[in-house]
Write a protein that binds this ligand. Structure first.
Ligand SMILES: [Fe+2]
Ligand SMILES: [Fe+2]
Length: 440
C-alpha cells in the first residue's frame, strides 16, 4: 500500500488570501486528506466487483439531505446499495486498524468509535454530487471521518468523477467552504480519508459505456462517534502542541504579520549605544552566569551583565524605531540583558512567546570574536537569512513568528546584546489554545 498525502495539484484560481464580504482578508486553509493506493488485494477487488455485478438490479437512487428549496436531483445523482454484509469483511479490519493513524494524520480530535457506516455508491454517466459536507444535519452530526474507496471495472471507461476537496475559511469560529480546492483522482483500488466536516464534491462522471462497465464505484462511509453521554463529563484537557518546530510553523501561519520580511537591521541611536556600551564595559569582567533555559541554550549558560534599570530606560528611547518599523502602537513588555554569549555557545532554533514578544530587537552592544556570528532568522516565507550585527546595530524582528537560531558555536570571548520586546497596545489577546488549534 502506498500513501500519497496532498498529492494532487492545487487547481485553485489563485493563491492570494480571499476577501470576505466586508472586504477584510480571510485566510483559506487547505483541507487535510490522505489517499492510499493498492488498498485491497486483487482477489478482494475481484470479489467486490463480482458482488456489485450480482446486485446491479438492487441499486436504488441515492437520497440526500437537501437544504430548504434545493431540489435533491440538483444536489446529487447516483445509485446506492446498503446491504453489504457479505463484502464488509474485506474492509472491516483495515478500516479499524487505520483509524488511530488517520485521526492523528488528519488532525481529528480523539473520539470513541460507535460504529462505521458503509454504503456502495455507483456513478453512471452524468452522475455527480455537488458541494456538501458529510456531517451537516442532526442525523449525521456524529460522523467524524469519511472514507471513500474507489474501484471500477478495468480498463476504466469513464472520465471525470474527481473528488474536489475544498479549502476552509474560518469565519467567527465556523469553518466555511473556501473557493479553492484540491483534486483527488478516483484511482482504482485507492482509498481517501478526510474529516467529515470538510466541504467536497464529486464532479460529473462522463462515459459512453453502458452498465457497470462504464461507471465509477465507491465503497464509502463514515466513522461515527459515540452518542453524547447523558452525564456531563469534565472537559478534556485541550491538546497543546509542544514540539517547537511544529509550534513555529503553526504560529507563522496563524499570527498576524506586520512587516514584509519579518526582520531588519538598523543603527542604534549613538547616544543609546554609548550608554549601553559603557555599562557593558563596566560589568563584563565580573558578570556571573545567567540561569537560562537548557532547551535552547544547550551549550551552557551565557553570562549576564547586570545593568540595573538601564534596559527599561533605553527601551522607551527605542520604542519609536520599533513602532515605525512595524506600523503598530507598541508597549514595552521586557528588556533583558545584557546577555553575553561565551566561546562555544549556541542558541537553538525557536520562536519567542507570542503573548509579549511580538516586535523585538537584539540591540547588539559589543563583541570580541574571531569571525562574525550571525543570527539565522527565517523570513515570512520560511527563507533563512544570516544577520550579522556590528556593535551599534540592532536587529528588529517579529520574534514570535520568525524562527531564529545561532547554530554555529560562538568563536570568540564575548558577545553582548540587550533584548527588547514589545507587543501591540490593542488587539493582542490571542490564546495559545486558539492559535494552536485553529488549523487542523
Ligand atoms: Fe460526501
Ligand atoms: Fe528568541
Amino acid at each position: 500500500m502506498t500513501i500519497s498525502p496532498d498529492n494532487s495539484p492545487d487547481n485553485s484560481p489563485d493563491n492570494s488570501p480571499d476577501s470576505s464580504p466586508d472586504g477584510s482578508p480571510t485566510m483559506q486553509h487547505p483541507s487535510p486528506f490522505l489517499q492510499f493506493d493498492d488498498f485491497l488485494s486483487e482477489e478482494a477487488v475481484e470479489k467486490l466487483i463480482a458482488f456489485v455485478q450480482s446486485r446491479e438490479d438492487d441499486l436504488t437512487a441515492s437520497t440526500v439531505l437537501a437544504r430548504n428549496g434545493d431540489n435533491p436531483q440538483d444536489v446529487r445523482r447516483s445509485s446506492t446499495l446498503f446491504d453489504l454484509d457479505s463484502v464488509w469483511p474485506l474492509f472491516e479490519n483495515q478500516l479499524h486498524d487505520l483509524l488511530p493513524v488517520m485521526r492523528k494524520e488528519l488532525g481529528v480530535p480523539h473520539f470513541s468509535l460507535d460504529h462505521t457506516e458503509r454504503q456502495l455508491t455507483v456513478h453512471f454517466d452524468g452522475d455527480f454530487f455537488g458541494p456538501h459536507n458529510d456531517n451537516g444535519g442532526e442525523s449525521v452530526a456524529t460522523r467524524a471521518m469519511t472514507y471513500v474507496y474507489y474501484f471500477n471495472i478495468e480498463p476504466r471507461q469513464f472520465d471525470g468523477g474527481e473528488l474536489w476537496i475544498y479549502d476552509w475559511v474560518d469565519q467567527h469560529g465556523m469553518r466555511l467552504q473556501g473557493d479553492r480546492y484540491q483534486v483527488v483522482e478516483p484511482r482504482h483500488n485507492s482509498i481517501v480519508f478526510f474529516p467529515s466536516w470538510i466541504h467536497h464534491e464529486v464532479r460529473p462522471v462522463h462515459t459512453t459505456a453502458t452498465g457497470l462497465e462504464g461507471c465509477r464505484m465507491t465503497f464509502n462511509g463514515w466513522y461515527r462517534t459515540a452518542a453524547m453521554p447523558e452525564v456531563e463529563l469534565p472537559a478534556p484537557e485541550p491538546f497543546i502542541e509542544d514540539d517547537p518546530d511544529i509550534v513555529a510553523a503553526i504560529l507563522r501561519e496563524n499570527l498576524p504579520k506586520f512587516t514584509a520580511t519579518g526582520f531588519a537591521i538598523v543603527d542604534t541611536p549613538p547616544e543609546v549605544h554609548r550608554l549601553l556600551a559603557e555599562a557593558y564595559a563596566a560589568g563584563l569582567e565580573s558578570a556571573p552566569q545567567e540561569g537560562s533555559d537548557p532547551r535552547y541554550l544547550t551549550s551552557g549558560d551565557p553570562s549576564f551583565v547586570d545593568i540595573g534599570n538601564l534596559g527599561y530606560e533605553v527601551g522607551p528611547m527605542l520604542q519609536s524605531i520599533h513602532e515605525e518599523w512595524s506600523g503598530q502602537e507598541l508597549e514595552l513588555t521586557a528588556a533583558y540583558g545584557i546577555r553575553t554569549y561565551r566561546r562555544g555557545q549556541i542558541l537553538r532554533r525557536h520562536v519567542d512567546r507570542f503573548e509579549t514578544h511580538v516586535i523585538s530587537s537584539v540591540v547588539h552592544i559589543d563583541h570580541e570574536s574571531d569571525e562574525p556570528w550571525p543570527l539565522e532568522i527565517e523570513d515570512h516565507d520560511g527563507v533563512v537569512h544570516k544577520a550579522a550585527l556590528e556593535a551599534g546595530q540592532m536587529l528588529l524582528y517579529e520574534s514570535a513568528v520568525c524562527a531564529h537560531a545561532r547554530p554555529e558555536p560562538f568563536a570568540g570571548e564575548h558577545y553582548g546584546s540587550l533584548f527588547l520586546h514589545f507587543k501591540p497596545t490593542t488587539g493582542w489577546d490571542f490564546t495559545t489554545e486558539e492559535l494552536l488549534t485553529r488549523a487542523p
